[in-house]
Design a protein around this ligand. Structure first.
Ligand code: PMP
Length: 451
């Protein structure tokens, strides 16, 4: 069927007939057909324009629709559109990108494995952690520690590490030997039985390690700052303390930087500033700003050495490992981030968003404001004293911002309104984003006496 020239309504009908969308709940039976993007603006098939406050799904760092990215992709396709990196083969773009990634990664990272996205990267990281111990004779180290509410993708490996049970419904047995801990979501104080969140989390970690047996645990996986859970910024000492416990028990630490990597927090990676010191870093999304599907897993030297040993080396990897066009696009993306000082922009404009949003903390619907670089979250509550999550915020707030204000935001974990815009967001666009959110939240506060 030729869809070109379909009217917006026909396109929506064709979508409903033909596509199985990811995570399409009954709440989202509406369709918004996007046909163009430039900078921070997306345009719908009916001509409506939207200010993209979400950066798609936490990416679009350099903004939408850049001609220089298209030119790099076209040039690479004409020179070498595909060649494999299996067995003896390699190609210049994969080598260049691996080298470039190591030049911006924390100093202990020593080798790179490419994927097509974040879930695949987390699977590779979990396999690598188990294999690392296995090849060193620690055959029982199979358990993976994760956290409730975490998002590590939806493959069987990453999906089991993801701490959102509803996403596993009816799909049979998942990855065995995955155990979830409490997330350091300080605002949700009911999680910590009246104790300090860090102390609670560290004690729980120590207890769990003893329950499972330290010699049965391969790794802990965690997002430095939890994205999908609602931009959960951990207490200052959390990761340093976790790392210290893990090191004591020879348990590896996997940082899932799929959201936080490539400048989202104002640095290339979020782990160093949080004293996380991971052994493995998983990336995707911002590595190409979303221009092509790609991910990369970075390994410290001891792990890389083990993965290079053995008859099969690291027996993980797919057809599109180090796809030349995706590598060329990632290299250009990193060049743009650097040359246009977009990490500084992420830090500065993120701070501006925070300053603009700060007065909203006086509204009773806003329980807490969290920010890290170019991400900002407003925790929506029915009452700041009880901290009861605001119900159906996706529909009541997210959809209304889109339909009435032309502003795209994400509502995560039910009640966290999260912004993660492109780093090229202008001051005017930042003001429009926060003004729109402020207007709607004031309206809701006025119309709901209980709020
Ligand atoms: N890890 C994190 C932290 C993520 O946020 C996501 C996606 N939102 C993933 C992994 C999965 O990445 P992908 O969808 O590319 O498989």
């Amino acid at each position: 069927m030729n869809l070109i020239g379909l009217a917006p309504d026909e396109m929506i009908q064709a979508d409903i007939r033909t596509l199985i969308h990811p995570q399409l709940s009954a709440d989202h039976l509406q369709r918004v057909v996007i046909v163009e993007g430039h900078g921070c603006t997306l345009t719908g098939a009916d001509g409506t324009t939207y200010l993209d406050g979400s950066g798609g799904l936490w990416l679009a760092q350099i903004g939408h629709g850049r001609r220089d990215m298209a030119e790099v992709a076209a040039a690479q396709m004409q020179r070498l559109e595909y060649s494999t990196c299996f067995w003896d083969f390699t190609h210049d773009r994969a080598v260049e990108l691996a080298d470039r990634l190591l030049s911006i990664a924390p100093a202990n990272m020593s080798a790179v494995h490419f994927t097509s996205g974040g879930s695949e990267g987390n699977d590779a990281a979990i396999k690598a952690a188990r294999l690392y111990h296995h090849r060193r004779g620690d055959h029982d180290r199979t358990w993976i520690l994760s956290r409730r509410g975490a998002y590590h993708g939806l493959t069987y490996g990453g999906g089991t590490a993801t701490g959102i049970g509803s996403l596993l419904e009816g799909q049979g047995p998942h990855l065995p030997h995955v155990s979830h801990l409490t997330a350091p979501h300080s605002y949700r104080r009911d999680l910590f039985a009246g104790q300090d969140p860090t102390e609670f989390c560290i004690r729980e970690l120590e207890d769990r390690i003893q329950q499972l047996g330290p010699h049965n645990i391969a790794a802990m996986i965690g997002e430095p700052i939890m994205g999908v859970a609602g931009l959960i910024t951990p207490p200052p000492d959390y990761w340093r303390r976790v790392r210290e416990v893990l090191t004591r028990h020879d348990i590896l630490l996997i940082a899932d930087e799929v959201v936080t990597g490539f400048g989202r927090t104002g640095e290339w990676f979020a782990a160093p500033d949080l004293c996380m010191q991971p052994d493995i870093i998983v990336t995707a999304k911002g590595i190409t700003s979303g221009y092509l599907p790609m991910g990369a897993v970075l390994f410290s030297k001891p792990i890389a050495d083990v993965l290079r040993s053995g008859v099969n080396g690291f027996p993980v990897g797919f057809t599109y490992f180090g796809h030349p066009v995706a590598c060329a696009v990632a290299l250009k993306n990193i060049e743009i981030l650097e040359q246009e000082n977009l990490l500084d922009a992420a830090r500065d404009t993120g701070q501006l968003l925070h300053n603009l949003a700060a007065p909203l903390a006086d509204l009773s619907i806003v329980g807490e404001i969290r920010q890290a670089g170019m991400t900002l979250a407003l925790e929506l509550v029915t009452d700041p004293v009880s901290r009861t999550p605001f119900p159906d915020a996706g529909v009541a707030v997210g959809r209304r911002l889109r339909d009435e204000f032309g502003v795209l935001v994400r509502v995560s974990a039910g009640s966290s309104l999260v912004l993660s815009p492109p780093f090229v967001l202008t001051e005017n666009e930042a003001t429009r984003l926060i003004d729109s959110i402020g207007s709607l939240l004031r309206q809701i506060t006025r119309s709901q006496p209980t709020v």
